[in-house]
Ligand binder design. Structure first.
Ligand SMILES: [Zn+2]
Length: 177
């Protein structure tokens, strides 16, 4: 599964470039984060994003000529954007910040789905630009990258291996207490 998320950069990535998260930190508060409410199931997230899906996305991005970086995704609760002080704090934890990448990354692992995300950089995070940015401007940047994103995903889909050799498919085998 390829997920798309929009992010603000805390690491000066160019607007319109893409980031493939390799790890994440979350600062959410009130989201259901498991399918196993009645059971103690602790999936391992040492490798949170499927390396095979990442490789396919990288191949798709290369073929499309897109600018792609790897990084750590920080998920906030929102719905408001972050304050400059929040961003100064969050920069210690990761490279890009968004509101949508968690809990899907953990839920996908619970379902043993191969999952990775490609994030469109739509704006520098708060305090890293001169002016405030409206939600409309962020959506506008997203639209500009939409065609390239589609091309990357189509390329990635064609590079996806037929058989899985990653460990995503057995995530639950050692997760139950
Ligand atoms: Zn996998």
């Amino acid at each position: 599964m390829i997920s798309t998320n929009t992010v603000g950069t805390m690491s000066w990535h160019p607007v319109g470039s893409f980031v493939l998260p390799r790890d994440f930190v979350e600062f959410t508060g009130s989201r259901p984060s498991t399918f196993f409410e009645e059971e103690a199931v602790h999936v391992d997230l040492t490798v949170p994003y499927c390396p095979e899906v990442i490789s396919a996305i990288e191949a798709g991005a290369k073929a499309a000529g897109a600018e792609v970086y790897e990084g750590i995704y920080v998920c906030t609760e929102g719905p408001h954007l972050e304050s400059p002080a929040q961003i100064r704090m969050l920069r210690r934890f990761g490279d890009v910040v968004g509101m949508t990448g968690y809990p899907e990354v953990a839920l996908a692992r619970e379902l043993e789905i191969c999952y990775a995300s490609i994030c469109t950089v739509t704006n520098p995070a708060a305090g890293m630009r001169r002016d405030a940015m409206s939600a409309g401007e962020i959506t506008g940047e997203m639209a500009k990258s939409a065609d390239l994103l589609r091309e990357i995903i189509e390329g990635a889909a064609s590079k996806m291996p037929e058989e899985r050799s990653c460990r995503c498919g057995s995530a639950l085998a050692e997760a139950r207490l």
